[in-house]
Design a protein around this ligand. Structure first.
Ligand code: NDP
Length: 308
């Protein structure tokens, strides 16, 4: 019996690809746009599944050329790039990979908080350049400072758990109060920011959260580990440049992988390439869920982690 044809759009760890190849006829979408078009011309009508990730998912123009598509299995949590409404109208199932990346992303948030506050990247550059402490101002303490978490979901709660070990009083904002936690609830992102030394943003992207963060106090440090679109980036750059906030640790940007020139030059910014979940362990677990969801679908079993 022939295997279902699936399109792999985005990088997958080698052993995940091996597993996909054992169960499906795999077509890896080339990165170059013209080559990708040629592949879709050749096999688009046969594709029944897509294995992808939250950043490189095929957009509607390409999905329109996959008339037999039944399922999109994404490695990642964010659904903002997955065209879920469009998929719903066509009856295409969508899956993602919650939980398995929570710990790594929470670790990365704490790493960015410490690295930004303690000027780690600047200090490292100094030592390599033979400047030692020259030009390095005193940093600010992290322990005991107020932490605001915008989005106290799976990852937000894992960050709070880690921050408790730093004796940080924790506040949060999201649309609903969580009755299971004793952290202080704030009714708006602005109120939370005003009362926080560190603000960690970990809400999903999309129109509802677009540029919802636009304020923080002069001693405040912003960490964004959710989506770049949730922060008003030009306003952030202005505030960083004028010293109206202390610093920013950013794993995500508004227009990835493009980095605004101003952010490249600011010493009070620590940048990372949207890699909070990029450990061997977690990427394998995410890839495994992609494989398992695709197999479940084509075997007629219940999906493990459907979106919605
Ligand atoms: P969850 O769904 O568990 O948590 C999201 C939280 O955001 C919820 O508590 C929700 O609470 C809150 N929220 C959602 N919409 C809004 C809104 N409009 N206003 C205020 N709060 C809102 O997701 P995870 O914690 O697992 O992941 C969060 C996000 O982190 C992902 O969507 C993804 O964008 C990002 N992420 C980034 C990664 C990276 O590599 N940097 C890796 C993985 C995830 P409520 O419903 O009460 O509003």
């Amino acid at each position: 019996m022939s295997h279902p044809d699936i399109l792999v759009a985005g990088r997958m760890p080698p052993n995940v690809l091996d597993q996909l190849e054992a169960s499906f006829t795999v077509h890896c979408l080339p990165e170059a746009a013209d080559e990708a078009q040629m592949m879709i011309d050749a096999v688009g009508e046969r594709i029944r599944g897509v294995a992808t990730n939250a950043v490189q998912a095929p957009q509607i123009e390409m999905l329109e050329r996959l008339p037999r598509l039944e399922i999109m299995a994404s490695s990642g949590i964010g659904t903002d790039a997955l065209n879920v409404d469009y998929a719903g109208k066509r009856g295409i199932h969508v899956t993602n990979t919650p939980d398995v990346l929570t710990d790594d992303v929470a670790d990365a948030a704490i790493m960015l908080m410490l690295a930004t506050s303690r000027q780690l990247v600047l200090a490292d550059r100094n030592v390599r350049a033979g400047c030692w402490l020259k030009g390095l101002s005193l940093a600010r303490r992290v322990s005991g400072k107020r932490l605001g978490i915008l989005g106290l979901g799976r990852i937000g709660q894992a960050i709070a758990k880690r921050a408790a070990a730093f004796d940080m009083p924790i506040g949060y904002h999201q649309r609903h109060i969580n009755p299971d936690v004793s952290y202080t609830y704030y009714h708006s992102p602005t109120a939370l920011a005003a009362d926080s030394d560190f603000l960690v943003v970990v809400v999903p992207g999309g129109s509802e959260t677009d540029r919802m963060v636009d304020a923080l106090g002069p001693e405040g440090i912003l960490v964004n580990i959710g989506r770049g679109t949730t922060v008003d980036e030009p306003a952030l750059i202005e505030a960083l440049t004028e010293g109206r906030i202390r610093g920013a640790g950013l794993d995500v940007l508004a227009d990835e992988p493009n980095v605004p020139d101003a952010l490249r030059t600011l010493d009070n910014v620590v940048l990372a390439p949207h890699y909070a979940s990029a450990t061997v362990e977690t990427r394998l677990a995410m890839g495994q869920l992609v494989v398992d969801n695709l197999r479940a679908h084509f075997d007629g079993r219940t999906l493990l982690t459907p979106v919605g």
